[in-house]
Ligand binder design. Structure first.
Ligand SMILES: [Zn+2]
Length: 656
């Protein structure tokens, strides 16, 4: 133990004492720095650095919102996660410095530790802005660290006493913050749940599973020759399968907003990432439209969202309204680590090693293999940091824990699985299907098999909990994937059939007909209206139709249904692989796009690059653009009128 009293009790210093003697005394103080003091200094710097880092990360993700797709995101939990990670990191450094001082007896341990930790703190605060060149951060941090260390070693006794006394307080502040954030969320949810009206007994639970990026034609229940989806097929056999469901957009953010509001992108307005309001999203988000979560809360439902797409389906982007519970970030220790500044630097080190490298093998040997499962969140693809992928198994774990917590009320759970999304293939170590020769399509299908397996596991767990029979299950997707069609590989750049044709399956044992397949095109926008209809809110006016209910039973569905639209706002968020078709294929980097689907035609209108027309019934790959044929021209004219009319009626359904 290092004693500051050794300095204060020496009595008044004699003026005659030479500068050399004072220097020697200070040096001996550093030499005698105990492990206890070094750890306190480590704790003090670690918690302070992490607190400012957490605040800074929250602040700068708002300021830097234009880089949204390239940032690893955070929510308020970062205010305790960052201090914890920096605390552990800085304590480890303190330990190493202490060990070094045992080996090299003349090492000025305290001074050295202060220099190192000041440097790391200042570098951390500068780098988290995501706006300064790393060398500038490095040099500035070095300058500040040198100056501060020089100053503190001149007042080493006082400084040491300060660290000795205040380290404990820093730990108290950390503990209070942790309790306030975690306890606050817990309490807020409990209070909100207690205020819910009581649902009539027998009210069904609602489970929506969005398998992100799933095109319908790769499911065996939709006629795909490979057995990719035995579990989803089983749900389809118990319920209604919409053969031609159309996504309202070809990328995640607008489509998720549509699934929650029943509104097209131009109506709800979330056509691109919008700046986050400083005080959080209020009622004005999504142009003020009601969400399915809100409507179900009014009927006594607990509502929860569980998202593996942490770029575009999060509370941060404005999709939290209506959910009392939202799990997106911080699902595991590895995920939490990569959201801190030094954690992501460490992650870059182990993520960017080959599968056979010693680092990779060491991480796996430590049982942390899931930390190596890269996510597209973050700027990893562009040389920055990767996130840790959240798998269907993680989402299942979250939702089941939440369902089991309160069995007294019906639940509405909205899930996003990201396993079919690029990078394809499912998690490492999960058995590959026999067909997998590592082509993109093989791997896409392998990812689907994994997601399908976990849908089955989730439904079996619901059976075990005794709630499966009384749960409405909806399986759908936010958009498809090009997989090479029109030279495109990904999604979000166009509105071709492979990008908007998604599965839509609804099962509710005993209440919707089993094994019914409906062929009229329908927008997945209809999901909120269909659910409200099924839970007994007949004739509701909150969400535009069509509804399922009675019309399906009498098999009159389709006749009254409006033809679905898709809307894609001009965007620059497309992957480089898809940008190569620019100039050859009309894509959304050059302008806004819209599509209308009828029972035969698929009209695509580009604001700058003309109109395309396909007969999706005979040409689903859309190889033959008929817009310039003689018959095609007339059809285009008629469909343009209809498109105009549909869009006008969109506006008329707007709520005040
Ligand atoms: Zn998506």
């Amino acid at each position: 133990m290092w004693h500051a009293s050794g300095f204060s009790s020496t009595g008044p210093m004699k003026d005659s004492r030479s500068a050399l003697e004072r220097q020697a005394q200070i040096e001996s103080a550093s030499l005698r720095a105990s492990l206890g003091l070094l750890l306190r200094v480590g704790a003090w710097f670690g918690i302070l650095t992490g607190l400012i880092e957490g605040l800074g990360l929250l602040l700068f993700q708002r300021i830097n919102w234009k880089q949204w797709a390239r940032v690893l995101h955070v929510s308020r939990e970062i205010l305790w996660v960052s201090p914890l990670v920096d605390l552990l990191f800085f304590l480890a450094i303190a330990l190493v410095v202490w060990l070094a001082s045992l080996l090299f007896r003349r090492l000025p341990a305290l001074r050295m530790l202060v220099l190192l930790l000041t440097f790391l703190s200042v570098y951390d605060w500068l780098a988290l802005t995501n706006r300064l060149y790393w060398l500038a951060c490095f040099l500035l941090a070095l300058g500040v660290a040198t100056a501060f260390t020089r100053w503190s070693s001149r007042h080493e006794a006082t400084a040491a006493e300060f660290w000795n006394r205040s380290a404990g307080w820093m730990i108290v502040i950390f503990a209070i913050l942790f309790a306030a954030i975690q306890g606050g969320s817990w309490l807020h949810e409990r209070v909100a749940e207690a205020r819910l009206p009581v649902a009539p007994s027998g009210t069904p639970n609602v489970l929506i599973i969005v398998v992100d990026t799933l095109r319908a034609d790769h499911l065996s229940s939709y006629g795909y020759p490979r057995p990719t989806s035995p579990e989803i097929d089983r749900v389809a056999k118990q319920g209604v399968q919409f053969e031609n469901a159309i996504a309202p957009c070809s990328w995640s953010l607008p489509s998720h907003a549509s699934l929650l509001t029943g509104r097209y992108p131009l109506e709800h307005g979330l056509v691109n990432v919008q700046p986050m309001p400083w005080l959080g999203w209020g009622k004005d988000s999504l142009n003020g439209y009601s969400t399915l979560g809100e409507a179900l809360q009014q009927r006594g439902y607990r509502t929860g969202a569980f998202s593996a797409n942490r770029v575009y389906f999060t509370s941060n982007v404005g999709l939290g309204r209506g959910f009392l519970h939202f799990e997106d970030y911080f699902f595991s220790a590895g995920d939490s680590l990569t959201r801190t500044l030094y954690g992501r630097k460490l992650a870059r080190f182990y993520f960017n090693r080959s599968d056979k490298s010693k680092v990779t093998r060491l991480v796996r040997a430590m049982g942390l293999g899931s930390w190596l499962d890269k996510d597209s969140e973050g700027s990893g693809t562009y040389g920055g940091a990767f996130g840790v992928r959240k798998r269907a198994s993680d989402v299942n774990h979250e939702v089941l824990r939440w369902i089991e917590r309160d069995r007294g009320r019906p639940f509405f759970a909205f899930l996003n699985y990201l396993d079919v999304h690029y990078e394809y293939g499912g998690p490492r170590g999960y058995p590959k299907p026999a067909w997998d020769q590592k082509t993109p399509i093989d791997e896409y299908d392998a990812g689907l098999m994994y997601a399908d397996d976990y849908i089955g596991r989730l439904l079996r767990e619901l059976g075990r909990l005794g709630v499966a029979e009384n749960t409405i299950v909806i399986i759908t997707s936010d958009h498809g994937e090009s997989l090479g069609g029109h030279g495109l590989t990904y999604h979000g750049a166009a509105l071709y059939w492979d990008l908007i044709h998604v599965p839509l399956i609804i099962s509710y044992p005993g209440h919707v007909p089993a094994g019914l397949k409906l062929s009229p095109p329908v927008s997945t926008n209809a999901v909120p209206a269909m659910i409200l209809d099924l839970v007994g809110a007949k004739g509701q006016h909150v969400f535009p139709g069509p509804t399922l209910g009675d019309s399906v039973v009498t098999s009159g569905a389709g006749e009254r249904w409006r033809n679905p639209l898709s809307e894609l706002q001009q965007t620059n968020i497309i992957v480089p692989q898809d940008r190569v078709v620019e100039g050859k294929v009309p894509i959304a980097t050059n302008g806004d796009m819209k599509a209308l689907v009828t029972d035969r035609w698929h009209l695509i209108v580009h604001s700058e690059l003309g109109t395309q027309l396909y007969d999706w019934t005979s040409d689903p790959a859309e190889l033959h653009d008929l817009a310039e044929t003689i018959d095609g021209k007339t059809t285009v004219q008629n469909l343009l009128v209809e498109l105009e009319r549909e869009q006008q009626s969109e506006g008329s359904t707007k709520l005040p």
